[in-house]
Design a protein around this ligand. Structure first.
Ligand code: G6P
Length: 372
């Protein structure tokens, strides 16, 4: 009902506006004296100190959160991480051991493929940890440990605020495990905590400064038939998420690519007028990576692409190359996905609205897929 939407045009509009709180609420209670300590993982130190592999399993948007999490988990824990779609994981003969930590991610906690993968991993001797947004759901009940995301109930079929909460939970997990293992430099840990605490305010700023512009852009693009998304490093899963949301909500053909793959295929798709979103890594991270992505933009622009760059404030290198620049506040490079995804959520929603579609209940999709 209109009252439940609290004045918003859709549940999704409300839920996107709640992305800052979703992050803040997931962090709350898990930082003690400047260090990440997840109370739910009390008593697991010995196991966590001894793991030799982390395997993340999920479906849909949650799997993209897992892909983002891999970068942080490997950086801060120094444990090798694989991310797999739950339905792909199950039907092979995966290598698991008692030193494998299997992390499942699920907003609903009821996705059948993810549940079956968790049960399978457990039966094969791995320890399972559930990152879940729904208290008491089946997947957390079937897992050895639970880290809840506190994004609040999510009603719109396509996941938005739960996605940023999932990334946040993975970062907290990475910082917790990194500390337990002595793998993370204490100064880096303090910096990461400071950054995590600043993210809600930065997401709020993206919503304040960019939402109107992005909605207008979406309106202008209402007739678009195909959109490409490029990203590199942590921006790569964000490109995949941007494409998924556009397919789900606006029924537009969309594909996400790793920017480095451009010359291995996707560049053949570029023709005059082709819209391409590019998630630009911060020049303050790897300057080399930033340069490469800017040169990707120049290459596709030279072939007539319409480039919409998502770049941090003050990055002037993108200006001559891009047609539109959507700005995100400065953040440490690992944290950029939490900001860069916001314009893409707004864009997909705006374009679906411009086409007069029901953004909360896209055709053929279910909030939680409880069949295999
Ligand atoms: C469905 C939803 C997606 C969601 C996926 C995984 O496909 O439409 O938004 O990402 O399921 O759901 P889960 O509840 O396991 O996160």
């Amino acid at each position: 009902s209109a009252a439940e939407k609290g004045g918003w045009s859709s549940f999704m509009a409300k839920e996107v506006s709640e992305e800052p709180e979703a992050v803040a609420n997931t962090v709350r209670g898990r930082i003690h004296e400047g260090r990440v300590e997840i109370p739910e993982l009390d008593g697991m130190d010995e196991f966590l100190a001894d793991i030799d592999r982390i395997l993340v399993i999920a479906c849909g948007t949650a799997a993209y959160a897992g892909m983002v999490g891999k970068y942080a988990l490997e950086t801060w824990t120094r444990v090798p991480v694989d991310v797999e779609l739950a339905h792909e994981f199950r039907y092979r003969d995966p290598v698991l051991s008692p030193r494998t930590l299997v992390v499942s991610i699920s907003q609903s906690g009821e996705t059948m493929d993810t549940l079956m993968a968790v049960k399978y991993a457990r039966s094969r001797g791995a320890k399972t940890l559930s990152i879940c947004n729904t208290q008491g759901a089946t997947i957390p009940r079937e897992s050895d440990a639970i880290v809840y995301t506190h994004a609040g109930p999510e009603v719109a079929v396509a996941s938005t605020k739960a996605f940023v909460a999932q990334i946040t939970a993975l970062y907290l997990l990475a910082l917790h495990v990194g500390r337990v293992r002595g793998a993370i430099d204490p100064v880096a840990a303090v910096d990461a905590v400071t950054e995590l605490e600043a993210i809600p305010g930065k997401i709020a700023r993206v919503l304040e400064t960019e939402q109107g512009r992005i909605e207008q852009l979406a309106h202008w693009m209402a007739d678009t038939r195909s959109v490409l998304f490029l990203g590199r490093n942590v921006g790569y899963p964000i490109a995949l998420e941007g494409a998924l949301k556009l397919k789900e909500l606006a029924y537009i053909h969309a594909e996400g690519f790793a920017a480095g793959e451009l010359k291995h295929g996707p560049i053949a798709l570029i023709e005059p007028g082709q819209p391409v979103f590019v998630v630009v890594p911060s020049p303050r991270g790897s300057g080399e990576m930033h340069k490469k992505v800017v040169s990707n933009i120049e290459e596709i622009r030279a072939r007539g692409a319409r480039v919409i760059a998502i770049a941090e404030e003050g990055d002037v290198a993108v200006l001559p190359a891009a047609d539109e620049v959507l700005r995100i506040p400065l953040a440490a490079p690992l944290f950029e996905p939490l900001l860069a995804v916001v314009p893409l959520h707004i864009f997909a929603m705006g374009l679906a609205e411009a086409k007069g579609l029901d953004v909360d209940q896209p055709r053929n999709l279910a909030k939680s897929v409880t069949v295999e």
